[in-house]
Design a protein around this ligand. Sequence first.
Ligand code: YSA
Length: 339
Amino acid sequence: MSDYKKIKEEAIQALREAKSVERAEELRVVYLGRKGVITTALRALAEKSIEEKRSDGPELNAFRKELEDRIKERKKELSFKGVANFDLTMPGKKLKRGSLHPLSIVEKEIVAIFKSMNFSVAEGPEAESEYYNFDALNIPENHPAREMWDTFWLESSQKISDNNFKSSNKKVEKFLMRTHTSPVQIRFMKENKPPFQIVVPGRVFRYEATDMSHEINFHQIEGLSIGRSINLANLKFIIEEFFNRFFGKKLEFRFRPSYFPFVEPGVEVDIKMPGGEKWLEVMGAGMVHKNVLKAVKIDEREWQGFAFGMGVERLAMLKYKIPDIRMFYAGDLRFIRQF
Ligand code: YSA
């Protein structure tokens, strides 16, 4: 059988040396063509004895098949011209990049403006104790002021044994999803000595009916500035400066006297809706109540300051002319991709 073996080796060697598709085709004709070496040998087999047919037949056929495959493969290799074959002027495929959610964008912008005015950033937990969310903020149990916040209470079995949640003197502590970012004022003041100025971005929760300007889950940014002589005029300046920079133009806003148990006096800030007559309430604010300072053991005769809490969705709605707060949470990509 060495005859075939030799032919086979020669054929494979020749194929390896072939430098063009044309040469590979020539070799195909030489071996597999109608008058090719293998074809002829196969034909000659018909005249041979049964034994020879049995022994040579399978070998010749396997050889033919192998050579066919090798020639096809080599032709493919030879016809590939490498990088030079690419059209370098062809435009690239567009990569789809993700983008930030409009609320993340707005939150970053707001925080950046306050940072530039020397505020630092603090954060607190979303699941909060009754003490931090209400009691320490001068909102006693059974006080009608609690009705200002429709609350998602957590089941007592979910009580968290974290030191941060321990109230000062109550035996049983109830927990809830925080209704505002104001509890972080308390957490921060307990841990730090004045003077300081902070902003606190975060998610808050309210058990209430949704409509175009109310969600059950939304975002606030709390502000707190405590010093020896911080006053209401400072608050008004900071707030006006912030809004003018955030909107990049002078807007109409109004400061309305209002009531929050943790401030005295208290105000609410409204902004005129673009192109309309309607006002949209964007924040609550005021001078930190002395009972709050007492609760965190800051001497209220030496220190005073202002605090505020603004609704991030409401500001994003004004800035980007978004008519309905529910669009932020609908998950509609046609909305999200515009930012
Ligand atoms: C007041 C005085 C301070 O010294 C510090 C903070 C505050 C704000 C207070 N903690 C508070 O939560 N006030 S608020 O209930 O009026 O909410 C503040 C802002 O959150 C509102 O002005 C509004 O812009 C937004 N907001 C309230 N409920 C909302 C809402 N945004 C969307 N959906 C809701 N359901």
